[in-house]
Design a binder for this molecule. Structure first.
Ligand code: SAH
Length: 520
């Protein structure tokens, strides 16, 4: 039936466009490239309960409208959503209608598209990874396999409430289709199992229920048609979940890969500064952890740049420039650029960095490090430079405000003149993000990763001191001995300290700890 709308496209000057985009099942990596491009172009994003909120960051300047529905508690009726789409596009806007999974699979995308067509609003559909496909893949279940089945059905376990569930042709479904995937079926689980068995599916047919598929909360229950109702009741599995029925479910034990990664199910707090957090987060996520970012450091400019600018003005008179971190490299070259200069200002000044990553950062500025200190602390720099003749050499060491004094002190002893201006300051942010605070308070954090002494001190400040009490039951992972010392100063017991002071080694240490193995 045609629905009356206040206007049609013919009455408008320039209708916009609606992209009906499948956002995938939850893992933000499962949106398509095209879907993300459309999202980035959007002026208005209209999204649902199941779509991952991370997507909204792709369109930070767009208007964000939440129209989700949770269970029967409709936030907005489907009709209101349809009207909203027509209205926003009618104003000439580019609208991204973001829907969980695929827009045309049990998502009422078909109804929205029909509405748009009837109102004369242009639209495009960007398919998505539907929950059933994703749940199967992430649970280790190939939905088809030559030895098991050649057919597959996607079925709603919760039809239009006006209809009876029994309107499904159970006889055909049970007998003619190999793999059955039920969406929205948890409430009707016993009916589904009963009908399938009554129509000839053996009671020992394997069944999997996959909840919150593709996310860190993914839960999978395997059973048989005969005992799934009891098992599901015991484990109290709730929606959103899909139910997969068929012998392919049996392949899961061999094909699991997602929920058996070493840190799966572990919630880890990443305390690094916001602009430095990504690398540790990615390493932990790759091992299956759920990472909550809780920046304890904010990098800000020094009180003034007088000392640094003075040194930069006569940069070519220095024999060595020491940069100890990627941040150091970034801030140094940013200041150089602000002063209207570039790398040529260095003349023949040589460069010493700490660690291969800092060297790689430097390389991005077209510069090769003359010395790469291997040890990830100040002593490494001293050891590396001690092999060169430092008598009467002039060294520039732009540093973080709270850097230890070891580099200037030791290099001065070796005969060098060291100028160590403040390049940036580490300050404590105003507060922890709410998600991190709530998870800590609820005791939902398994491990906290500290990558510098200041991350420990600052977390204590952010949590109102008494860190040991706040982190009771949380495994403490520290990147190296100096950070560990600071942990102990706060009364924390260090559970993980790798021998090599790198993020990779820290993550492997955490993996070892949770595997119950030894680590060092
Ligand atoms: N258009 C969506 C389906 C919407 S219906 C799609 O293509 O995936 C909502 C149902 O999808 C839920 O009741 C549940 O059965 C399923 N679902 C959605 N996301 C899910 C997830 N991450 N894990 C398991 N099931 C999910």
């Amino acid at each position: 039936m045609r629905r009356p709308y206040p206007f049609t496209a013919g009455e408008l000057l320039k209708p916009g466009i609606v992209y009906l985009i499948g956002a995938g099942p939850g893992d933000p990596g499962l949106i398509t490239v095209k879907g993300r491009e459309c999202l980035r172009r959007a002026e208005v994003v209209i999204y649902d309960y199941l779509a991952n909120p991370a997507f909204l960051r792709e369109a930070p300047n767009a208007e964000h409208l939440y129209v989700g529905k949770k269970g029967g508690n409709h936030h907005r009726s489907q009709e209101e959503i349809n009207t909203l789409l027509v209205e926003k596009a009618g104003e000439g806007k580019t609208v991204a209608r973001l829907k969980g999974g695929d827009p045309y699979i049990f998502g009422r995308g078909g109804e929205e598209a029909l509405c748009l067509r009837r109102a004369g609003i242009p639209f495009e559909v960007v398919p998505g990874v539907t929950a059933g496909f994703a749940a199967a893949a992430y649970a280790g279940i190939p939905l088809t396999h030559r030895d098991h089945t050649t057919s597959l059905a996607l079925i709603t376990g919760h039809e239009d409430p006006a209809k009876k569930m029994s309107s499904l042709d159970w006889e055909k479904l049970a007998g003619a289709v190999g793999t059955l995937v039920f969406y929205m079926g948890i409430a009707n689980l016993s009916l589904i199992a009963r009908e399938l068995m009554a129509h000839g599916r053996p009671a020992d047919t394997p069944v999997a229920i996959v909840r919150w598929a593709t996310t860190a909360q993914q839960q999978t229950l395997t059973a048989t048609l005969g005992d799934v109702v009891e098992q599901a009741a015991q484990s109290r599995i709730k929606p959103p979940a899909v139910i997969i029925v068929g012998s392919v479910v049996g392949l899961r034990e061999e094909l699991r890969w997602f929920d058996n990664r070493p840190l799966f199910g572990k919630r880890i707090l990443n305390t690094r500064a916001a602009d430095q957090a990504a690398e540790l987060t990615a390493l932990l996520e790759a091992r299956g952890a759920e990472v909550i970012e809780a920046p304890t450091i904010e990098l800000v400019a020094p009180e003034n740049y007088d000392e640094l600018d003075g040194a930069i003005a006569e940069l070519e008179t220095f024999d060595w420039l020491i940069l100890t971190s990627a941040n150091g490299v970034r801030c140094f070259f940013r200041r150089l650029a602000e002063l209207g200069r570039d790398a040529r200002a260095l003349g023949s000044c040589r460069i010493c960095v700490v660690g291969p990553k800092t060297a790689a950062f430097l390389a991005a500025h077209g510069l090769r490090a003359d010395l790469v200190a291997a040890e990830f602390k100040g002593e490494g720099v001293v050891a590396a430079l001690a092999d060169t003749d430092l008598q009467d050499k002039k060294i520039l060491f732009p540093k973080a405000d709270r850097a230890r004094e070891v580099i200037p002190t030791e290099l001065t002893k070796l005969g060098a003149t060291v100028i160590a201006p403040v390049l940036y300051r580490n300050v404590v942010p105003a507060a922890l993000p709410e998600t991190a605070r709530a998870a800590l308070e609820a005791g939902e954090i398994d491990c906290v990763a500290f990558t510098a002494s200041s991350t420990v001190d600052n977390l204590a400040v952010l949590l109102g001191d008494n860190l040991a009490a706040r982190l009771k039951g949380v495994a403490v992972a520290s990147i190296g001995p100096i950070t560990s010392k600071t942990c102990r100063k706060h009364g924390l017991e260090v559970a993980v300290e790798p021998t090599e002071y790198t993020l990779e080694a820290l993550v492997e240490g955490i993996v070892g700890y949770f595997a119950g193995g030894s680590f060092s």
